[in-house]
Design a protein around this ligand. Structure first.
Ligand code: NAG
Length: 247
């Protein structure tokens, strides 16, 4: 099969709108326990999406690959320009619990709480600036771990038409992270000065809560965009009536 045939077949599949994979739980709009159904369905969907879904051409989300994240200097105790590349986020699906789902269907507003025992943000980093007045710089591998992470999720959607079918897209996804503990590990700080790097990592971990609070809103904004993308990968392929049938 030539490349052009492949593309034609692909367009064909997309034009008719895909079904949700059979591993997904489907909630019906007339379900009297719709919100509980959504909590279970979302949890199941994320676990099913973990290794990727071939039929929908979805890449894995555990680990989730993110191209890059840049965080500006900020004005608080942490004045650190940070850039991360080749990011892998581990743990979004493992031990995931979703609860307290609230849905406002007419306005397409979805709220929930989620819990992850451990999420690791592993990346190539570059940092430059000051942490609590101490100068710090370096580049190498980094690992930011959030333990017992509670997250508040809220997203709003809007409907649109494509090829005679109604789809939903996530317009805005707000995340609020509340980890019980944050562990930081930056290899090769101070361009490989091992002693200084080790000391600074100890210092960073002693102050991990302060550092995290300062950077939290940047992380949350970034993940709001990442989760928007993740959700829209499904919503752009599967028509709304197949995600949420009337009955
Ligand atoms: C990141 O750190 C966590 C906590 O120490 C650890 O469990 C995990 O294996 C680390 N991941 C990598 C890729 O180093």
């Amino acid at each position: 099969m030539g490349i052009s045939t492949g593309i034609i077949l692909l367009c064909f599949a997309i034009a008719y709108g895909a079904d949700l994979p059979s591993s997904f739980k489907i909630c019906k709009m007339n379900d009297p326990n719709l919100e509980e159904c959504f909590a279970a369905a979302a949890q199941q969907a994320i676990i099913a999406m973990a290794p990727g879904i071939k039929s929908l051409k979805l890449l894995p989300i555990d680990p989730l690959s993110v191209d890059k994240v840049t965080i500006g200097e900020g004005g608080g105790a942490v004045r650190l320009k940070q850039s991360y590349k080749n990011i892998k986020l581990y743990g979004l699906s493992k031990g995931l619990e979703i609860s307290d789902y609230k849905v406002d269907l007419p306005n397409l507003i979805f709220e929930s709480n989620s819990f992850n025992p451990q999420v690791d943000f592993v990346a190539d980093y570059e940092v430059e600036g000051k942490v609590l007045l101490l100068p710090v710089h370096g580049h190498g591998r980094s690992n930011i771990t959030m333990l017992n992470l509670k997250t508040k999720n809220k997203f709003s959607g809007e409907k649109y038409e494509k090829d005679g079918e109604t789809y939903m897209r996530i317009k805005k996804y707000k995340v609020k992270f509340n980890p019980e503990k944050v562990l930081l590990n930056f290899e090769n700080l101070f361009d490989g000065n091992e002693a200084l790097s080790k000391q600074m990592n100890e210092f960073l971990n002693e102050n991990a809560d302060t550092i995290f609070k300062d950077l939290q809103s940047s992380y949350e904004e970034t993940f709001g965009l990442v989760f928007t993308d993740m959700g829209n990968q499904i919503f752009s392929r599967v028509p709304f009536t197949k995600i949420l049938p009337e009955s």
